[in-house]
Structure formats: C-alpha cells, structure tokens
Design a protein around this ligand. Structure first.
Ligand code: SAM
Length: 486
C-alpha cells in the first residue's frame, strides 16, 4: 500500500516505520487490550453490493407473456424448464383460497461449485454439511446435486466456494455452430425474464477453437435468438454487471453451459473496505483454517496479518456468521427465485449468528498501516471487538497464549535477495517463542521450506489464484524441530 492510500481527513497513524522489517520501530513485547483498536479512521459502513437492476432502467416483460399488474405474483417456476413450483403463494397481500397441490419432489439441479485448487476435498465436506447429495471433488471444484434451496444455501453459507454454477447443458462440440445449436435449444425465457441483462463468459482448456470471443458471441446470439422466438423480444447485454451471468466451459471435445447463480465471486463478502498488499482470497483463507483443523476454542495468531483476512474468516467461523449475509446474488434475478423462502433462509442465518465477543484470535503486523487496515475491515464486519491486534515484528513478539495455532502467509519477494534471511529469522523465532504451538504457513516460494530451518510435518499443494503454493505445517515442540544438517 502506498502513502497515497492514506485517506484525507483521517487522523494518521505514525508512518515513520517502513515496510522493511529492519526499518520498523520496535513496539513493546506484550499483548494488551489497548492494542485492540488501532484503526483511527471513522467507521465506514460495510459495502452492500449494489443490485445491478438498480443501475439500469427496467424494461417491461413483453411478447406473449402477459404484462403483470402490481401485486400480481409471477408464476413461480423451477429452473428445469419453467413449470410452476409447489410451495407458498408469494403474492403480496392476498389470501386467496389455495388448492392443495399434489406434493412433488423438488427438481434436482446439477451444480458445479468451483473453489481454489487444492481445497476440493474440504469443499466437498463443507457442501455435504450443507445438504448436497453426492458431493464429488473434481478438479478446481465440486460436482453435486440438490434443489434450488441448496444452491441458495451454498451461496449464503459456503466459506470455500468461489461461485455456484447450475449446469443447463453439456455435450460434444467441434465448432462454434455446435455451441450455437446447443444453446438455442434451451428454454432461456423459462429461467429469467427478458428485462434481465445477460453476459456470456467463456473459459476454455485445450479447446481447438481459435477465438473464444467468437464462441462467446455465438452463445450470446443463441440466447438472444431463442428469446426472440419465444417472446418477440431480446434481453440486453451488460458485460460488466450482468444480472444473469452465463458461463460456457470448453475442454478439448466437450462443452458445459451454466447459469452462474452467484454473480460476483463469493469471496467478495462485503467486509473488505481497506486494501492491503497481496491479500489472500477469503475462500483460501477459510480453507487454510479448515486444513489446519483450527477450532474456535484454540488460540489463533496471524503474526503477518496484512489486511486481516485470516483473522476475519476465523472470527466469522467462531461466531457462525454466514459469509453471504452482506451481499446479493445473481439467483435473485431468476424466475426460480422465491423471496419468501430466501428471506426465511437469511433470517435463520441471522438467528444462528452468535453475538460478537472477545475471542482468542490475535493479529500482528510490522506495518502500522496494516493494523489500521485490518481494524477497518474487522469494524466493517462488526468484529473489531473479537480480535486483538498489535504492531510488531514476528521475530520478536511473544506468544499470546501457552499454546495455539499460527496460520499465516509470510511476505514473499518483498526483500528480493534477502528473503532467505527473513525465513531463517522466522523459523528461529517460532522455535524460540512458540513452543507448544503449531504453525501453518503458506508460501509460493520454493526456497521458503529450505531456509526456514524447520521440518514440515505436512505439505499441502494449493493455489492462490494462478500462483502455485504449499501450505506447510510445523509442529513447534521445543528441542525437536531443528532440521538435521544434511
Ligand atoms: C503477504 S502479506 C499478508 C496478507 C494477509 N494474509 C492478507 O490477506 O491481507 C504479508 C504481511 O507481512 C507483513 N510483514 C512483513 N515483515 C514482517 C515482520 N517482520 N513481522 C510482522 N509482519 C511482517 C507485511 O507488512 C505484510 O502485511
């Protein structure tokens, strides 16, 4: 973060310290509640994700679909092909006598839920816990099945998922025309109204087709042409903030088409108000905590916390805070959306949330601007009082408790050729000050395990976006940790 990131009008923290460890003023070696709130800036409200539909004029649903009058509910449909779904009548303020419908099994959707690579097995377990049937870890995500309410629950509750995709077609292809024909066959207007904006995104792996832009265009044409056939009108494209994002995935021979039920990636929880350099994705941070086996009663420390992502995810887990409560989702624009049912799920999530209280979660960073950034992010999430923050050098701070877990991603490449010295100092400090603890450290630097001088008891391959990393577990038992010289 540069000095320009300091917002005018905020009371500034001392910026005499530099980001280089050597340039920092040492702070007293203690953990005190006074160090809890170092965020000097006024509280900013958490950013609610703007609903895309508010950003553009609405067009009237047209064509054969009869225009609805105010208060008249749209027929509720399911995402499999538009048949009305059983369930409560959601029309506003009318108590019309209702005929008892023959109960029907809810339609099972085929879902693919991507996650950071390396977390597939953890995600499959998480989705199983949310009620997904047959959660199968694949490459880069998990395949599962469930009804539309499961898809909403995953969006609301999953800490590891990047998004939730509903598969609507899959098959072989050779040309862009094959993809057009597959897409034009689908009943798009059963799934969303012509007043919704769309965008198609294509992701390909080893596809023989030359231009992904052309693929995207052909699939978009198919959606639009099918709408024109069915309703005499077409939806508009909004490439930046589509209400209904459509994803095409191509491998060498096969394609899959998905409705993206999430919209913005799920790691955008809505609490990150202050940027920090090299932040971890929220879903990867949550994944590190799951892999480490951390439970909320165990003291947790991130001694190089940056913007505090790991601490925030931990506090949200400890308080059973649903990560999706502060945002909106693309599925809210689909015909299958049932506001009453969704409100019930959200209310359940709000009720499950435990009240904020001090937790044995500790954060530290050598850069005072990071204390402020983490403080602001925690404040935006309503979690500032749950976590103890302090400024300090990881090689000097004492342990905040007798035993516990360190989960952290140490800086990499900041000191260029002196990273090796930093890693060695880190290993020495962990051994000196943290015996009885375990440390889970993620790094993309292949040199890291060589220089830290500790024997890893586990190495888990993971990806931080496109960056290949390893998560190393070090059990810090006094006297037994030093790596033997070769
Ligand atoms: C890769 S960033 C951590 C990002 C963080 N996980 C997040 O999601 O925002 C590494 C952090 O280590 C901090 N750092 C560097 N040297 C340090 C030291 N000697 N002691 C404590 N923190 C240090 C940096 O200021 C930086 O914020």
């Amino acid at each position: 973060m540069s000095e320009q990131d300091e917002k005018p009008g905020r009371k500034k923290l001392s910026l005499t310290a530099k980001t280089e460890a050597a340039g920092h003023k040492r702070k007293p070696a203690r953990w005190s509640p006074l160090q809890r709130d170092r965020s000097q800036a006024p509280a900013k409200p958490a950013e609610p994700v703007e609903r895309a539909e508010e950003a553009r004029p609405r067009t009237r649903p047209a064509g054969p679909a009869k225009a609805r009058t105010k208060g008249e509910a749209a027929p509720r449909r399911q995402a499999d092909g538009g048949r009305p779904a059983p369930g409560p009548d959601t029309s506003a303020g009318r108590a019309a006598p209702r005929r008892r419908a023959t109960p029907k099994a809810p339609v099972q959707l085929k879902l693919f839920v991507p996650c950071p690579r390396g977390l597939e097995a953890e995600l499959a377990a998480e989705l199983g816990g949310l009620g997904a049937a047959e959660a199968q870890a694949g490459s880069g995500g998990v395949h599962c099945q469930g009804d539309v309410a499961l898809a909403w629950r995953i969006n609301l509750w999953s800490r590891l998922a990047i998004r939730v995709l509903q598969e609507v077609a899959t098959g072989d292809y050779r040309s862009e025309d094959d993809l057009y024909r597959a897409a034009v066959r689908l009943p798009w207007s059963d799934w969303f109204g012509v007043d919704k904006t769309i965008a198609v995104r294509t992701v390909a792996h080893a596809s023989p087709l030359k231009s992904l832009n052309f693929v995207t265009l052909r699939i978009k044409d198919a959606v639009v042409d099918r709408f024109r056939q069915d309703l005499g009108e077409r939806p508009s494209v909004d490439a930046r903030e589509p209400q209904v994002p459509i994803l095409a995935y191509l491998d060498r021979e096969r394609f899959s088409l998905y409705l993206d039920l999430s919209g913005e990636p799920l790691n955008r929880r809505g609490y990150r108000v202050e940027p920090a350099p090299a932040p971890l994705n929220e879903n990867l941070a949550a994944g590190l905590l799951r892999l480490s086996g951390w439970t909320p009663d165990t003291p947790l420390l991130d001694p190089m916390m940056g913007g505090g992502t790991i601490l925030l995810e931990a506090a949200m887990m400890a308080l059973d805070m649903a990560p999706g409560l502060k945002r909106h989702f693309a599925f809210e624009h689909l015909a299958s959306f049932d506001k009453v049912e969704w409100t019930r799920l959200r209310k359940d999530a709000e009720a499950a949330r435990k009240e904020a209280r001090p937790l044995p979660i500790y954060g530290c960073d050598i850069d005072p601007r990071m204390i402020r950034a983490a403080g602001l992010n925690l404040k935006a999430a309503g979690l500032l009082d749950c976590v103890t923050l302090r400024e300090g050098d990881v090689t000097e701070i004492p342990a905040p408790a007798e035993h516990g877990l360190i989960v952290s991603n140490p800086p990499y490449g900041v000191r260029l050729d002196s990273d090796a010295g930093f890693y060695k100092g880190l290993g020495d400090a962990l051994k000196r000050h943290f015996s009885g603890w375990a440390a889970w450290l993620i790094s993309s630097d292949a040199e890291f395990p060589k220089h830290i001088g500790l024997a890893a008891s586990r190495r888990v391959p993971l990806y931080n976006g496109p960056l290949e990393c390893r998560l190393y577990e070090y059990r810090l038992v006094a006297g037994t940790m030093r790596k033997k010289a070769p």
